[in-house]
Design a protein around this ligand. Structure first.
Ligand code: 4AD
Ligand code: MG
Length: 453
């Protein structure tokens, strides 16, 4: 009672529609706050479907109960007007969600100008057919309120939570690297250059090199942070700014690093089943598939075997190429679970990958490829860890030593075997939610043509 008294007159919200629909307030009088999703009716009776972040509910408004002033205000409230109302929770089998609100009093909090009605109409959405037209991308700030985007953002939040949970349960330390850097991690072609007080700097492509510097201090470290790539081509799996979950582990080999990649992806799938089954089902995602990704081990195969498989399928691929999306799409179409590809040719990968001591044409690395044609979601492996070898690799690749001196020093003072991986969080959300395009799962997607809104 003391709490309720303290809250009287404050805009703070205590009751959510989701709780009403799950039966927690049957027969009670509640105060609901939310937005108009739909509205219809006549001069004396209106049915307003109200939404909030947790669901929707039909609210029945009668002129003879709420009075003329409130009835008129509510009748004129356009879609996406915000409302506060007090009403009785009635169980009604016919109503969507099984409940209905008999409104006692109501007020419009934030109205909508009739000259500029909410632009994301059902027909605009139908025209997009589940995809994303330029119109919807231009109005992204408003499109975020639709049920499909809301669902994606909820799923996304659970994915972030699962990643933090996985690493923290294992005593990994969350560690932050700079975003302005002096050198490339993943090759010069996708570097974003930024003017930096008369000098040149770049936006980081990966947290990895700075994590390796802290590896002798923390031994087990991870992050979830944005990475930047100047990807010119627009594909369904590339963003110029994406969210990157990365880990680095001292005293570990390629197999152990892969076990963590498998562990975190299975944990994500399991978390989504626990927390977001309804949301996935509302997107028509097959939950049995997600359960399969949570429950089964992920096979490991060598790059050479993948290339042979592709060649056997008539795909034009040469040994030594990194596999691009067109190849991975074909390869993974029939996978039942994600597969690791290991031992890529040295020529296909950046200098930091450790050369295989058994055959120096290969590096001890891995990519994890998601099934259903989604392709690469993780890249990682063992690092070149002795000073002598890293200098040889840097020179062999014609990489300048100067921007990497800190990285070389890490090896000069007590180098140890270690490794890590990077997981594209947006790609994982896209795959597990069954999205057609990576843009669908990030609030404000960035690509070569768009930095607005
Ligand atoms: O394979 P990548 O380039 O590996 C690295 O950056 C390593 N330095 C990571 C490490 O070992 N710490 O990128 C890792 C993952 C890819 O597998 C992919 O899932 C994602 O990052 N990724 C992208 N996601 C969206 N848009 C892009 N443009 C991406 N580029 C990479
Ligand atoms: Mg990669």
């Amino acid at each position: 009672m003391a709490v309720e008294a303290a809250l009287a007159g404050s805009p703070m919200k205590t009751t959510y529609i989701g709780a009403v629909q799950s039966g927690e307030h049957d027969g009670e009088q509640v105060t609901l706050k939310g937005w108009v999703k739909r509205s219809r009716g006549n001069n004396n009776l209106r049915f307003i479907v109200m939404r909030d972040s947790t669901g929707t509910i039909q609210c029945v408004v009668k002129r003879n109960i709420v009075g003329d002033e409130a009835f008129t205000a509510l009748s004129e409230a356009l879609i996406e007007s915000s409302l506060e109302l007090v009403g009785e929770v009635k169980v009604d089998e016919r109503a969507q969600g099984g409940h209905e609100i008999g409104v006692v009093s109501a007020a419009v909090i934030g109205g909508v100008n009739p000259e500029r009605p909410f632009p994301i109409t059902e027909s605009a959405m139908a025209a997009a057919d589940g995809g994303e037209t330029e119109f919807l991308l231009d109005h992204r700030h408003l499109y975020l309120r639709t049920s499909r985007m809301t669902t994606m953002l909820q799923i996304r939040s659970s994915v972030f939570g699962a990643i933090h949970g996985y690493f923290r349960d294992l005593d990994f330390v969350e560690y932050q690297a700079p975003n302005f850097v002096a050198g490339a991690v993943e090759g010069g072609s996708t570097l974003f250059e930024v003017p930096y007080f008369g000098k040149k700097a770049y936006l980081t492509q990966s947290w990895q090199l700075y994590a390796e510097a802290a590896m002798p201090a923390l031994e087990r470290l991870y992050t979830i942070a944005p990475s930047f790539r100047a990807e010119k081509s627009r594909t369904r799996r590339h963003l110029t700014e994406f969210w990157h979950a990365e880990m680095e582990l001292a005293w570990a080999n390629n197999d152990e690093i892969m076990s963590h990649g498998e562990g975190v992806v299975r944990r994500i799938a399991k978390t989504l089943l626990d927390e977001r089954s309804d949301e996935l089902a509302s997107l028509d995602r097959d939950l049995d598939l997600v359960a399969r990704y949570a429950d089964n081990p992920y096979p490991r195969m060598r790059y050479d075997e993948a290339v042979e498989t592709l060649q056997g399928m008539g795909v034009d691929v040469e040994w030594g190429q990194d596999l691009d999306y067109s190849k991975e799409k074909v390869l993974t179409a029939d996978f039942d679970v994600p597969h690791f590809l290991t031992h890529y040719p040295k020529v296909a990968k950046p200098f930091y990958h450790r050369v295989d001591p058994d055959d120096d044409a290969y590096v001890l690395c891995h990519d994890l490829l998601a099934p259903e044609g989604y392709g690469e979601i993780i890249g990682g492996g063992e690092r070149t860890w002795s000073e002598e070898e890293i200098l040889a690799r840097i020179d062999e690749e014609n990489v300048p030593r100067e921007p990497y001196q800190f990285y070389i020093d890490t090896r000069a003072y007590g180098g140890v075997p270690h490794g890590g991986f990077g997981l594209g969080v947006d790609r994982v959300v896209s795959w597990l939610s069954g999205a057609d395009h990576i843009r669908e799962v990030i609030p404000f997607p960035r690509d070569s043509r768009r930095v607005t809104p």
